[in-house]
Design a protein around this ligand. Structure first.
Ligand SMILES: C[S@@+](CC[C@H](N)C(=O)[O-])C[C@H]1O[C@@H](n2cnc3c(N)ncnc32)[C@H](O)[C@@H]1O
Length: 287
């Protein structure tokens, strides 16, 4: 795991000398007359906080490999990608690429135009889904870091699948709403209610949604651990800033964890919660 300390100070966030004023105005962080826009502080704080976790990873990858490739799934307007480029990457003397994956064509167009206007030459944007990116020829084979900030529903799972298939060493994920698990819990509720005392955890619809979300992230972490990743789960920012603020950071270090134990726990969890239909996604065999 990277031991390098971040250089960005979030608490005293101030515009740094090297930052592009054009970018900050474009992202509405600065008003046209160059003042800090108070409404953008929330997003700014989230992204800056996230960059504090990603910067040491970039520094460690570049120290080891002399370059880095980062792919951001569900990039939206690529707030994260642009800020990473401007605050961290453009100061590096080594080659790098920051790639945004986004399904909405208009957002991809917007990002391409902005990158060209700012002369951010090492950014690319592709209008494909997270799932499609695995087979997309325009995506480099060697990716070092996967990020996904509030990528909707199962896009986070697709980002994880991409990372595993491409042997990506570092993942930084902030999962978004997750409807799939809640609907499976709901579908199997009557069966589960007969067998499991813990079903009270998702008896009421709001609990089904929240518990579904929680269970999804627990299962994602176990899956990553079962594949040799060391996982840290923490809070992105205080609850006042975002309702979805669970930050999952994973580094591939197979010698450090207990992959077999994680796989057993994952398997038991899928069985216990009547979720065998998800077993193939997590490469678990259930007879
Ligand atoms: C909530 S926004 C987050 C945008 C950005 N990451 C941020 O935090 O500002 C989620 C974005 O993911 C995109 N998206 C949803 N499903 C996707 C998928 N399967 N593959 C790629 N992008 C996806 C949406 O179009 C949307 O722009």
């Amino acid at each position: 795991m990277p031991k390098i300390k971040p250089t960005l100070q979030v608490e005293k966030y101030e515009v740094q000398d090297h930052q592009s004023i054009d970018l900050l105005k474009e992202l509405h962080i600065l008003t046209r007359d160059g003042k800090m826009n108070q409404d953008s502080r929330r997003k700014m704080k989230q992204v800056s906080h996230l960059i504090q976790f990603i910067e040491p990873i970039i520094q460690s990858v570049t120290a080891e490999k002399g370059q880095f490739n980062l792919i951001d799934f569900g990039a939206g307007k690529s707030y994260l990608g642009f800020m990473l480029y401007d605050l961290v990457a453009k100061l590096l003397k080594t080659p790098y690429k920051i790639i945004g994956i986004e399904v909405r064509q208009e957002l991809v167009e917007y990002c391409r135009k902005l990158a060209s206007k700012l002369d951010f030459q090492h950014m690319e944007f592709h209008q494909i889904s997270a799932e499609q990116s695995l087979l997309a020829p325009q995506i480099p084979n060697k990716i070092d870091i996967v990020t996904a900030l509030h990528a909707c529903n199962t896009a986070t799972d697709d980002a994880i699948a991409f990372a595993l298939q491409k042997n990506v060493t570092h993942l930084v994920l902030v999962p978004c709403c997750q409807a799939e698990m809640a609907s499976l819990l709901k579908k199997n509720k009557s069966d589960s209610l007969k067998n499991n005392v813990f079903t009270a955890l998702w008896k009421y619809p709001i609990h089904t949604r929240e518990f579904g979300s929680h269970l999804t992230n627990v299962i994602r972490c176990l899956y990553l651990e079962s594949k040799g990743y060391v996982v840290t789960v923490t809070e992105l920012v205080g609850w006042e800033h975002s309702l979805k603020n669970e930050l999952i950071i994973a580094h591939h270090s197979p010698h450090l964890g207990n992959m077999a134990k994680a796989r057993d726990q994952l398997r038991n969890m899928l069985l216990e919660f009547n979720l065998s239909s998800l077993a193939p996604r997590y490469e678990i065999s259930i007879e």
